[in-house]
Design a protein around this ligand. Structure first.
Ligand code: ADP
Ligand code: GN1
Ligand code: MG
Length: 356
């Protein structure tokens, strides 16, 4: 989005939140792949996150906002009971002038606002094991805090979001359609994915056989979806709650393995840099279990190592599918961005496999 486009889009949305006072700045913010996120600053210096919800990805914004209202209220109560600051423990929704939790503009785009959680940072990469342990603990604790949340009250934000066999089939459909004539450029990647096809069903099968219960999970636990406290280094606030819904804890653990065990960025082009660092994996596992371990059964724990490999493959499959379909889902900043992202994921799968 250009600066002009961004300004045109936010005008009406800002008016719907005029009760916060006049703004001195409002600019694109963060590195998310899905929503349009803006940092808004008022004359008093108070900061807010204003977000345009991606309509293609979330066609029922009312449902995801109902999920977010329920989940944040639950975490808030638990934080208050534990004597913690609820405004740092979870997202605080800023209501529109009319009291609603989101605003829909004249072209059908929905917007929401959160308090900016000050004194925190969202990292795209972690440099050391302590930071990674803190992220693992924060996501584990998030799951622990929601273990008594009534899952039946949650809308399914995106059906089959982490169903790896369904994602695999979507890739095969994209290959057959070859809408952008790109299949010939990704033969190596496709060959790699097809070689892994025997294990894509394993988690779903374990769930179907009753070994893995559905729990309330986050489903998008990449590193920059947890805010780290500047002072203490602990993970204080889990954000990006659009995909909170019943799922398997493995999806959450696996996505942390994917985003934090490698020193390379998700879109690194020097693939030699992509590797699973075992000490980082170990730190993550310890952190995660200290947050969520109490609620997991033995079978769930036994499948955690496998989940890193599976979810990394799954996201690699999704990037490749999007590349073949013409980059219609993930935001891209260069022509082969999705292909570059896919390649890092597949390289990481190979590295996990070597150390399995
Ligand atoms: P997306 O779904 O596009 O990933 P996110 O909700 O994750 O959108 O927001 C994008 C980025 O904005 C985050 O990675 C983080 O840097 C920042 N962010 C979002 N909400 C807050 C908040 N309440 N306080 C501080 N930073 C935030
Ligand atoms: C998206 O929204 P964001 O950038 O935190 C995506 C995740 C992918 C991730 C890959 C709703 O996460 O599923 O794993 O990109 N979110 C959605 O970086 O599709
Ligand atoms: Mg995000």
């Amino acid at each position: 989005m250009t600066r002009d486009e961004a300004c045109r889009k936010i005008g009406k949305a800002i008016a719907a939140y005029s009760h916060i006072g006049p703004l001195t700045a409002c600019a694109l913010y963060g590195n998310g792949h899905i929503n349009d996120t803006f940092l808004a600053v008022t004359q008093t210096g108070r900061r807010y996150i204003l977000q345009r919800i991606n309509y293609e990805v979330f066609p029922h914004p009312g449902q995801i906002m109902a999920n977010i209202e329920g989940v944040t209220a639950h975490i808030r109560r638990r934080a208050e009971a534990a004597g913690e600051d609820p405004d740092r423990a979870t997202l605080t929704i800023v209501r529109c002038n009319d009291g609603k939790s989101f605003f829909t503009d004249s072209i059908g785009c929905s917007w929401r606002m959160y308090d900016f959680v000050e004194g925190t940072v969202a990292r795209d990469r972690v440099e050391n094991a302590d930071d990674f342990r803190a992220c693992g603990k924060a996501f584990g604790r998030f799951q622990g805090l929601l273990c008594d949340y009534p899952a039946k009250d949650l809308y399914e934000a995106i059906p089959d979001f982490h169903n790896t066999p369904v994602r695999y089939e979507a890739l095969m459909r994209a290959v057959r359609a070859d809408a952008c004539d790109r299949v010939r450029t990704v033969e190596k990647e496709l060959e790699f994915v097809q070689k892994q096809s025997d294990f894509v069903k394993l988690l779903e099968q374990a769930h179907a056989s009753g070994d893995l219960p559905l729990r309330v999970t986050h489903n998008d636990t990449k590193l920059n979806n947890v805010l780290i406290d500047d002072l203490t280094g602990s993970g204080c606030c889990v954000i990006d709650l659009d995909t909170v819904m019943p799922g398997l804890p493995h999806y959450d653990f696996g996505d942390m393995v994917r985003t934090g065990t490698s020193p390379a960025a998700e879109d690194e082009t020097a693939l030699g840099k992509v590797t699973m660092r075992f000490p980082m994996y170990e730190a993550l596992l310890r952190g995660y279990l200290s947050g969520a371990g109490g609620v997991l059964n033995a079978t769930e724990k036994a499948l955690l190592p496998f989940s890193g490999k599976l979810i990394t493959l799954e996201i690699g499959i999704r990037f490749l599918t999007d590349y073949l379909e013409g980059d219609v889902y993930f935001k891209i900043r260069r022509p082969e961005h999705n292909l570059d992202r896919c390649r890092t994921q597949l390289k990481l799968v190979a590295s996990i496999e070597e150390q399995y």
